[in-house]
Ligand binder design. Structure first.
Ligand code: ATP
Ligand code: MG
Length: 407
């Protein structure tokens, strides 16, 4: 267990006379009984001491006091207590100072629930009452909220994301400060913004995140994204019934009535990978063509779609459609897809009884675009309209089609 391994790090530091605590997200998540994905440790030991005590380490962020310590192959970030000096670019501290007091280290953290530390006997250090805020389901900035968001504007979106993940509200003063400092988000690298938005839409309570984005006007600097959350808000609850962020962006874009071109603009603005953005635009296009009515299920003619985009995309599309029709949930949708897929005697051009070369030889015509066009037509006819998949039948139809083309 990761926690047993992490405890060894704490033990060793303490045996050598240093303080050491679990800190930040892991403490928050333990107290909330949520899964913990990374265990961070803080200590008053100088990074040089940490390196000395743990020969098996990676100096991941020495300048900021972070050493990753390896225990049985697992890495734990050990960071020396530090405060941060002035910030630049509304994001990064210019420099950090190592300090000897835990409280000073906790003070630099963003929200009270992230500013708690726990020792190896599970005793909590909670100078900003993070636990109380968690009980009251509040996201509250540590210290003076306005200053904290001015230092680092990414915290604005982190706040929205935590509220969304935990289903919490934003404490009043923190919310006021967020509204005031919202324009600063424009200074943050779009990759970081995307990462936080992904976590927000992929959370337990995406409708909380969506409402907060609209109330704080955090995305006002990116009108296409801002409008997206405004126009789709009524359907954001459906995101919970989807599995991947690709599906989630697709549903939001469709719900906001965005065209494929507008969807591409959003993907490009957020610097999504080409692959993700292609997939999203394809789902938006398919949904737009199918025009599912909210919560009024219909049967889908899968055959042509299977030939056009293939099994994988159709199968994801059933999940999207199910979310569109959630209130009238029907379970036969994916069964209908399987049935139609199995019913098709051929599934791709490769399954046809003839190849492009056979066509060329039989028809004696210069190779060109026509080959693909004819093969695709043969595929449709064999897959969907009962044309037998034999060389004779296929060549016969092919010849007629080419003759007709030429005519
Ligand atoms: P998760 O890992 O679930 O996304 P987290 O709170 O652990 O959430 P990390 O980015 O892993 O987030 O950061 C670990 C800790 O570092 C946080 O709990 C918080 O105490 C502190 N921290 C992270 N980012 C900031 C920030 N932008 N400003 C202030 N403190 C931060
Ligand atoms: Mg973390």
């Amino acid at each position: 267990m990761a926690i047993e391994l992490a405890k060894r790090v704490l033990d060793r530091l303490e045996e050598h006379g240093f303080e050491a605590y679990y800190v930040g997200g892991c403490v928050r998540d333990w107290l909330l009984h949520r899964p913990v994905h990374d265990i961070d440790i803080c200590t008053n030991a100088h990074p040089s001491d940490v390196i000395r005590l743990f020969p098996d380490h990676v100096p991941t962020g020495l300048k900021h006091g972070t050493v990753s310590v390896k225990i049985e192959g697992q890495l734990f970030e050990v960071t020396t207590y530090r405060t941060e000096g002035k910030y630049e670019d509304y994001r990064r501290p210019v420099d950090v100072q190592f300090v000897s007091e835990l409280r000073l280290d906790l003070e630099r953290r963003d929200f009270t629930m992230n500013a708690m530390a726990m020792d190896r006997n599970q005793e909590l250090q909670d100078p900003f009452d993070g636990r109380l805020d968690m009980e009251q389901q509040l996201v509250r900035a540590v210290g003076i909220p306005l200053e904290r968001f001015q230092e680092d504007a990414l915290r604005l979106l982190r706040g929205v994301r935590f509220a969304s993940q935990l289903g919490f509200a934003i404490e009043e003063q923190t919310m006021l400060a967020m509204k005031k400092t919202a324009p600063l988000l424009a200074h943050i690298a779009v990759e970081r913004v995307r990462e936080e938005l992904n976590k927000t839409i992929d959370s337990k309570a995406p409708e909380v995140g969506c409402r907060l984005l609209n109330e704080t006007k955090l995305m006002a600097y990116a009108p296409a994204v801002e409008m997206l959350f405004q126009l789709s808000s009524e359907h954001v609850w459906r995101l919970k019934h989807l599995q991947t962020v690709i599906q989630k962006w697709s549903l939001l874009l469709f719900a906001a009535n965005y065209t494929t071109a507008q969807s591409r603009e959003v993907c490009q603005f957020l610097k999504m990978s080409k692959r993700d953005s292609e997939a999203i635009c394809c789902y938006v296009d398919l949904l737009t063509r199918l025009r599912p009515q909210w919560d009024v299920p219909e049967s889908v003619e899968w055959g042509p779609l299977l030939l056009e985009v293939g099994w994988d995309m159709c199968s994801e599309l059933t999940i999207l459609l199910q979310a569109c029709w959630w209130k009238e949930k029907q379970s036969y949708l994916s069964q209908a897809l399987v049935d139609q897929y199995e019913k098709m005697p051929v599934k791709t051009i490769k399954d046809l009884a003839i190849t492009g070369l056979d066509l060329q030889v039989a028809i004696q015509k210069k190779p060109g675009e026509w080959i693909m066009r004819v093969l695709e037509s043969l595929l449709r006819q064999t897959a969907l309209h009962g044309l037998p998949n034999t060389p004779e039948a296929l060549l016969d139809v092919a010849k007629k089609e080419v003759a007709q083309d030429e005519h």
